[in-house]
Design a protein around this ligand. Structure first.
Ligand code: IPE
Ligand code: IPE
Ligand code: MG
Length: 252
């Protein structure tokens, strides 16, 4: 097992990376916290706590490389099925993370966005999030998108509902409904499509994450559990991405 910590790796000095062909948008399904804790005889919540270091590391790595957009899956609409204790701990950790990191995120010119359904989130989490979104909204270096109470199908249904409302109100015509119009009704319409989707912990599924935006993403699934994932693992994932032949349905 590697002993290097998630943040301790000079990603910009890695000569294997082609700096001209970096993904513009990386999305990560941060999975494996529970298994990481279990392997150490710890409570699942300690796995989530350890995962916060990895979040810091990937944000730092993306910022250092100049990657413009990063989306992190923090809580799915299906995660409510977990115990109340775990759900509460996840939201508490989220608030703690924001409070601890907000100054540095802001100082590093990171703009934080949220995708997902705000309804149903604990008041305190919502308040911390709103503060973070507001405080960083003019930042431009890295756009960090946190998916909380997020479901890809729900996002598509929400978009459809708003398109139907605009259609009934006569603001758009049926013939105008195209893929590009549809994309404008998604939660973050101006974001580039996902180039690289990473899911840690070896699980080969997308678990309802950004279903529209990942349609042509390259998928990388390292065995690494999320709390062990850091800048070096991020670098490896980008290298795998750079070795792919992206054909988009065409021939080469
Ligand atoms: C991912 O780790 C974190 C969230 C889903 C919030 P898990 O908690 O799913 O970890 P495993 O899959 O049980 O190992
Ligand atoms: C996906 O992980 C959700 C997040 C990482 C937030 P899960 O662990 O919840 O997904 P499944 O249950 O294995 O599909
Ligand atoms: Mg999991």
């Amino acid at each position: 097992m590697r002993t290097i910590s998630p943040t301790e790796y000079d990603i910009t000095a890695d000569a294997r990376l082609d700096k001209r062909r970096l993904p513009r948008h990386i999305a990560i399904i941060m999975d494996g916290n529970g298994r990481w804790a279990q392997a150490r005889g710890k409570h699942r919540v300690e796995g989530h706590e350890a995962g916060a270091r990895s979040v810091r590391a990937v944000i730092e790595g993306c910022r250092e490389l100049g990657i413009p957009a990063l989306s992190l899956y923090a809580f799915s609409t299906e995660n409510w099925k977990r115990s109340k204790l775990e759900v509460n701990a996840l939201f508490r950790l989220l608030s703690k993370y924001i409070q601890q990191e907000i100054d540095e995120l802001d100082a590093n010119n990171v703009r934080v966005r949220m995708i997902g359904d705000k309804a149903g989130l604990p008041q305190r989490t919502l308040r911390d999030l709103e503060y973070c979104l507001e405080r960083t909204h003019e930042n431009t270096a890295l756009h960090l998108n946190i998916a909380i109470n997020y479901g890809g199908r729900a996002e598509i249904v929400d978009a459809t509902r708003r398109i139907a409302a605009d259609l009934h109100a006569g603001r758009i015509a049926e013939g105008e409904i195209t893929e590009s119009l549809f994309a404008r009704y998604l939660y973050n319409p101006e974001w580039p499509e996902v180039d690289l989707l990473i899911r840690t912990s070896g699980e080969m599924r997308v678990s309802n994450f950004m279903l529209w935006q990942i349609s042509y993403a390259e998928i990388v699934v390292p065995e690494t559990l999320w709390p062990d994932f850091g800048k070096e693992a991020l670098c490896d994932a980008i290298l795998s991405y750079q070795q792919r032949d992206r054909r988009f349905g065409g021939r080469t």
